[in-house]
Design a protein. Sequence first.
Length: 428
Amino acid sequence: MPSSLQQALTQRFEVLDSTLPFYATRQRALRNFKAQGLPTLKDEAYKYTPIASLLTAHFDLHRPSTPVPTTPEEITSVCCHDMDAYHIVLLNGQVSNKHTQLEGHEQFMQVLTFQEAYQQQQPAFLEHFSQYAPSKTDAFVALNTALFEEGIFIHIADHAIVDKPLLLCHCTASGTCRPVTYPRLLVVAGKHSQASIITSWQTMGFTNAVAEVVVQENARLDYYTLQTNLGQQSHQVNTTQCQQAQKSTLNTYTFTWSGALVRNNLNSVIDASHSETNMYGLYCLRRQQHVDNCTMVDHRKPYTYSNELYKGIMMDESTGVFNGRIYVRPEAQKTNAFQTNNNLVLSNHATLHTKPQLEIWADDVKCSHGATTGQLDEEKLFYLRTRGMQESMARYLLRQAFANEVIDKIPLATLRTALYDSLATQES
């Protein structure tokens, strides 16, 4: 790591209040980051994503972000207040009480800042904070742990069936020049609970986000990541680390069709039997966008299930990367694990790198993985043209049909409609 970058990050760390309750954790994380440095193209996991060179060239990483006034239009565009949901609005990584709407949530869940959770000695927070995201082996997790300014703790009560989704709206104020933010989230879904959490991003500059998601026994959590409204110069590394208990179900949905460079790290550890993970992703890229989805499912116990479906549409000079890994440990007999990555490449100038992987140490399992890359089906296109449809409309409908297989997995009708409309605008 360049000495100038290390010095800049150390200077930013030194600005932090040493009396903060997480200061010792931050110190360890900073040491871990210094030991690793930012990943380069020589690191296999970032072989096709030049994040380090872009950060050092374009961002002042040592300068803390400062909230500035934001127009109502900016807030409305990212927050989807027309959706019947609980809303938390974060401006430059910090909660905006003015725009947050949480009336009536208390019977289902707690929503606190990390500072509040620590001061109240919340047992779930103290047990799970910074226990799962791997700061020793992931430089961006270490950097977030060292420098996050305000975290959000969401604890869904045992046996609670939350009546509507919780929507976290991350917004970077337009008056901020090349901001660098470190959002942090801890979600604990209590035993036998059911909930939906949506994280929506309208950010600029560089965002290094970390979420730790704990799904306890017999709980079901639907977790959505919407990167459909990022700024054209937005760079984001988004790490979601999930931990599942017995008989839990976790469904994740990741949608990306904006931003200059986006790296999504989605990891799920299935650490108890009879648990299930479903990962769905869709990326639709134009111009010179670069999106890298890196997923991992770690089956550690027997009788577990995972299914992963990611689809991509590549246009113009865009670049897509998919790197999916499934681990089946020796103890994880009777595991079923499936992984698929399908892509449409609609331009001779687009680039795609896909690498689905299985590592299996158990012998009584059912596992498969695969990837496809192709263009629109010429026979289907010809069929639509013979029915009097213009070629542009026929191509549009075939692209939509390809994408709908993922969008149709969403159980929230309002969100499905919003994504259909947003994707239509992206492809037009």
